[in-house]
Design a protein around this ligand. Structure first.
Ligand SMILES: C[S@@+](CC[C@H](N)C(=O)[O-])C[C@H]1O[C@@H](n2cnc3c(N)ncnc32)[C@H](O)[C@@H]1O
Length: 214
């Protein structure tokens, strides 16, 4: 049982506005609880169900129910969107995020969700394509390029990897050529495109609509 009302504990780096203070009453004994958090409070940015749980226990619980879609993004220029794509991937239950190209990426927008999300690096498109083939995962590229199909009309496979490009160049020709399908998100204004992390959130949510609500 969570205490009904507790003071906010001293903030940690994983700061939430909805933290809880030290556990009130008799300490629970279940192994998934973290003794430090029980003693000092839990200010992490986690859903209430995971309050006071150790990080390893949260990851193990998520691993039981991750969705069978993956997310990949090309990273040749240190794209600032990757952090927020990782955050959305965590929120929508993606299996794994794949970074193609540069290994380093800006973690700021991830709001530490990368601690709970599997993230794999592939040095280049060819390595990523080989990995997807070995896993039997179709590559669904998301970009508004000539020949792309409207995502709103497309049945996204349940097991797949959604592949996104970078601000500016978008997806590389090599990535587009390797894709089993290329989907574009309908737009109605004057701008050529939406932000890559916005596109990723839309596409992931489209997967959720197609496979969890139909
Ligand atoms: C800012 S876009 C750049 C390239 C874009 N093709 C253009 O002509 O401006 C960066 C990435 O966001 C995603 N994106 C942005 N708008 C999109 C849309 N309407 N449909 C599908 N993907 C989109 C794609 O993954 C794309 O590679």
């Amino acid at each position: 049982m969570l205490p009904a009302s507790v003071p906010t504990a001293a903030p940690t780096v994983e700061l939430s506005t909805n933290g809880v203070g030290p556990w009130q009453g008799e300490l629970p004994e279940e192994a998934f609880y973290d003794p430090e958090l029980l003693e000092h409070g839990d200010t992490r940015n986690v859903i209430d169900r995971y309050r006071y749980w150790s990080m390893a226990a949260i990851v193990a619980d998520l691993d039981e129910k991750r969705h069978p879609f993956h997310v990949a993004i090309e990273n040749w220029q240190h794209d600032m969107n990757i952090g927020s794509i990782v955050r959305s991937a965590n929120a929508f239950g993606a299996d794994t995020v794949h970074i193609i190209g540069r290994k380093r990426w800006n973690k700021r927008g991830a709001m530490v969700t990368d601690r709970y999300q599997h993230v794999l690096h592939h040095a280049d498109v060819a390595t990523f394509v080989l990995w997807a083939a070995n896993e039997g995962l179709p590559i669904i590229a998301i970009d508004n390029v000539p020949g792309s199909v409207l995502i709103e009309t497309f049945a996204i496979p349940e097991r797949c990897v959604l592949l996104f490009g970078q601000e500016g160049p978008g997806l590389s020709d090599e990535a587009i050529a390797a894709a089993d399908a290329v989907l574009e998100i309908s737009q109605f204004g004057s701008t050529r495109s939406i932000n890559a992390s916005a596109a990723a959130a839309v596409a992931m949510h489209d997967w959720v609509l197609q496979h969890r609500f139909k």
